[in-house]
Design a protein around this ligand. Structure first.
Ligand code: NAI
Length: 289
């Protein structure tokens, strides 16, 4: 019998996940651990990081047998601060001895009418999403280059492609994330480093919950989403496991959209059940009129 391919096995890999104490970063860190990776999560608030590390260990049931060599660790990390980024990458090396995967999931959001948007607001959002990802990629990239192997995953967004109203700074930053992804993919492939992005659809987390849960905006988003629901963190984590795994060894410079079909949907009847037109019976009735 042919040997089974270990396409999604991340055993022996070490990952750093920025913004890993909550939301998508946490879900991604959890999935990477469950597929065999050792993971360092970094976020600004140390208490939050410590709590997330404990929860991650509990949920993945790792480290129970041998607490002297934990597979999950945490670090206080501010991606807008170069020294903090350098310290975090060094922490990964000290703990785990190598660095194979960087997931740039640290993020902030600002909703403001664009006439009122201050350049300082704009720069703050940009500094976190774009310059922050660059800082982390450079610090990780130096280590990956020495190993001649590595994988960088940036978090893009639906607003990398379409406007979502009053989030201009975020949209501009998420567009720039695509450019950064392509540039790194192009320049660093020769060092054995693949760089890709994930563009999640709408997943309720701290960054957007107040904007999309039980709001008009949220209802309209669902009406535009063929699967008529928000996504879950684990559905984005699956894409990250794939991109980090041997199964994606020839994927470089790609942005994987994970959105329940939002980007595929144009003008037409909504498939959301509460609009009525979502049910096949109602659709048939409408066609007969
Ligand atoms: P979240 O708010 O749960 O997680 C973001 C994390 O980044 C937080 O833990 C926050 O403390 C941390 N963070 C913020 N600034 C930081 C800094 N300077 N240094 C280190 N950590 C910092 O939000 P979520 O949803 O997990 O977002 C993760 C990424 O996914 C972000 O880049 C976001 O823009 C992106 N995204 C999220 C979507 C969603 O629907 N939740 C959709 C599309 C993209």
């Amino acid at each position: 019998m042919a040997k089974r391919e270990q396409w999604f096995d991340l055993s022996g890999k070490v990952a750093v996940v920025t913004g890993g104490a909550s939301g998508l970063g946490y879900a991604i860190a959890r999935a990477l651990v469950l597929h065999g990776a050792k993971v360092l999560i970094g976020s600004r608030t140390t208490d939050k990081v410590e709590a997330a590390v404990k929860q991650l260990r509990r949920e993945t049931e790792t480290d129970a047998a041998d607490s002297s060599s934990p597979v999950v660790a945490g670090v206080g990390l501010d991606v807008t601060n170069e020294a903090s980024v350098a310290k975090a990458m060094q922490r990964a090396m000290d703990h785990f001895g190598r660095l194979d995967v960087l997931v740039n999931s640290a993020g902030v959001m600002l909703r403001k009418p664009t006439f009122e948007l201050e350049p300082a607001d704009f720069n703050r959002i940009y500094d976190t999403h774009v310059t922050g990802s660059l800082r982390c990629a450079q610090a990780a990239g130096h280590l990956m280059r020495e190993q001649h192997a590595g994988c960088i995953i940036n978090l893009a967004s639906i607003s990398s492609f379409v406007d979502l109203i009053e989030v201009a700074a975020y949209a501009a930053a998420k567009n720039a994330v695509l450019g950064l992804t392509r540039s790194l993919a192009n320049e660093w492939a020769k060092h054995g480093i693949r760089t890709n992005a994930i563009a999640p659809g709408f997943i309720p987390t701290e960054i957007n919950r107040s904007m999309i849960e039980k709001t008009d905006r949220g209802r309209r988003i669902l009406e535009h989403t063929p699967m008529a629901r928000f996504g879950e963190g684990k559905e984005i984590a699956g894409a990250a496991v794939f991109l980090a795994s041997p199964a994606a060894s020839f994927i470089n410079g790609h942005t994987l959209v994970v959105d329940g079909g939002y980007m595929a949907s144009g003008i037409g009847d909504s498939v959301a059940w509460w609009t009525g037109s979502g049910s096949p019976q109602v659709q048939q009735q409408q066609m007969q009129q």
